[in-house]
Every structure is written in C-alpha cells, then in structure tokens.
Design a protein around this ligand. Structure first.
Ligand code: DC
Length: 232
C-alpha cells in the first residue's frame, strides 16, 4: 500500500477544562506526529496579561474590543513546547500565574477577543498538521477536525495537577485556593454565551483522572490509528 498517497496533514482537536491534561498530552502527541502544537489557552492568557498591564477593566467590552485590534500574539515552537510573544516581547513565563488564571476566563468571554483569537488560530492551522488544544477547538475553531478529543478529570485531581505546576514555577498557594479558582473558571468557561466549553458531538471523551500522561497519549494515538488515518 502506498502510504504516501494516503497521507494527509490532520487537524487534531483536544478540548477540556483546566487541568484535564490537554497541554501535556497535546504537546507529546504533536512531537510524536511531527506536527505543530497550538496552545490556544496561551493566546488568551497573553491577551489577559495585556489587559492587566494596561489596567483595563475586564468588564469594559469597548476597551477590550479596541485592545484586541491593537494586540499582536505570536506562538513560536520551542524544545519544551512553545514560546509566547505579546507585541514582540517574550511573555512565556508571565502568563501562568494565579492572577492571570483569575482574569483570563473573564476576558475570554468577550466576542471581539474571541473573534481575533479564532482568526489567528485558523490562520496557524490552515494547512493542517496540527494538534490544537483549548475549549472550543472541536466545536468552533476547527469543526472539520479529523480527530476530536474531549478530556475530563475530577476537579480535585485537576487542582492537584495545577498546584504542582504552580509550585514548580515558584508560586506558593494552597490546594483549596487552586480548587476554588478552577471551579470558578469551569463555571465561567462552560456558561459563557459565546463558544462555551462543550464536548463536540463527534468528540471522543477520555477521563484522565486515573490515567498517566503516557496512557493518555497512547489512548489518543490509538484513536487516530483506529480511524484509519495516516499521518506521515
Ligand atoms: O487552557 P488554559 O488553562 O491555558 O486556558 C486559559 C483560559 O483561556 C481558559 O480558562 C479559558 C480561555 N480559553 C478559551 O476561552 N478558549 C480556548 N480555546 C482556550 C482557552
């Protein structure tokens, strides 16, 4: 069989709430497939950082609209994942703080912000060969994606994972606070009017509560193979 003739640059969409294992799994899968890794949450986080720096009221839609038009966000692949540039400055280390965690869901409710991000994301993924992770990838950004995965995990397990990441970054915070932040973010992300966090009808749901990172990656890789999709 001629594999080359069958090969296609797939779009793999991985959605789910905070701490469900999207980033680790998507990054590893992209590496395995030789694909581009698109972390759409990082884009919303970079925008939230600008809102913070410019001291804009996150409920002022007019100001957010204006800001979205004037903001450049760029993602550059790097050995450990991606580097995030906000208006030309590397902000990779500044976007994963509890302060941004709290702000990001509020600013990502706004239509103009989402329109701008989705436009950038579609441009990045237009030729396929991409593993994109977020909240609305399978439902809105790439509804034509070849593979759609929806990851879930218990809130406590997700909070423990997030706490580990924050502590690794030198941030001191309690598990209770992280859990409360996660639950609040779930609430806003799932109930917003535009592009809420939702499983696409044709997505495969995987509960990662008791799965290792390797097992998660393996499961998704097997789903791609079972669909008979070739990627090289
Ligand atoms: O995946 P993350 O935790 O880095 O995402 C941060 C926030 O960005 C999330 O709480 C909601 C928003 N987001 C979104 O609205 N749509 C996406 N596709 C990705 C993230």
């Amino acid at each position: 069989m001629n594999r080359k003739r069958q090969s296609k640059h797939l779009i793999v969409a991985i959605d789910g709430p905070a701490g469900s294992g999207k980033s680790t799994t998507a990054k590893e899968l992209a590496r395995k497939l030789g694909y581009l890794y698109l972390d759409t949450g990082a884009m919303y986080r970079a925008f939230a950082l600008k809102v913070l720096q410019e001291k804009i009221d996150p409920d002022d839609e007019t100001a957010l609209n204006r800001l979205a038009e004037q903001t450049q966000i760029l993602l550059r692949p790097d050995a450990g994942g991606i580097c995030v540039f906000l208006d030309g400055k590397d902000v990779t280390d500044k976007i994963r703080t509890p302060e941004i965690d709290r702000l990001v869901s509020r600013v990502s409710r706004v239509k103009a912000v989402r329109d701008r991000m989705v436009e950038l994301q579609r441009e990045i993924g237009k030729n396929g060969g991409i593993v994109a992770e977020g909240r609305d990838i399978g439902t809105v950004v790439f509804p034509q994606a070849d593979v759609k995965i929806f990851l879930v995990a218990s809130p406590l397990e997700r909070a423990k994972r997030r706490l580990k990441d924050l502590r690794a970054g030198g941030i001191r915070i309690s598990l209770e606070k992280v859990l409360a932040d996660i639950e609040q973010r779930d609430e806003i992300d799932s109930n917003r009017k535009i592009s809420p966090l939702k499983k696409a009808e044709d997505a495969v749901e995987i509960d990662t509560t008791n799965l290792s990172i390797e097992a998660q990656g393996e499961e998704i890789y097997n789903i791609i193979k079972q669909k008979g999709l070739h990627f090289r």
